[in-house]
Design a protein. Structure first.
Length: 81
């Protein structure tokens, strides 16, 4: 996962407004991704606790070769016109 050098996005305003959050990838995505190859049914545990809307980035398997990662926009310096 480190080799993928993924941009980290702690939160996404679209997620906070009730959508799927775009392409959030964060520690929740990492936990989900690590649980899959171990065949852990983490999603059911999260759902049973009613936490699915508390964990942005959940259900994003960043280790899936078809995953399209979130890429942060380039930083603009404040003195740049």
């Amino acid at each position: 996962m480190n080799a993928k050098n993924l941009d980290y996005k702690a939160h996404d305003i679209s997620y906070e407004l009730g959508t799927d959050g775009g392409q959030i990838q964060n520690s929740n995505s990492a936990n989900f991704s690590f649980g899959k190859p171990m065949h852990l049914d983490l999603s059911t545990a999260i759902r049973n606790k009613g936490l699915e809307r508390v964990l942005p980035g959940w259900a994003r398997d960043v280790l899936d070769p078809t995953y399209q990662p979130y890429v942060a926009p380039p930083q603009v310096r404040p003195d740049t016109p």
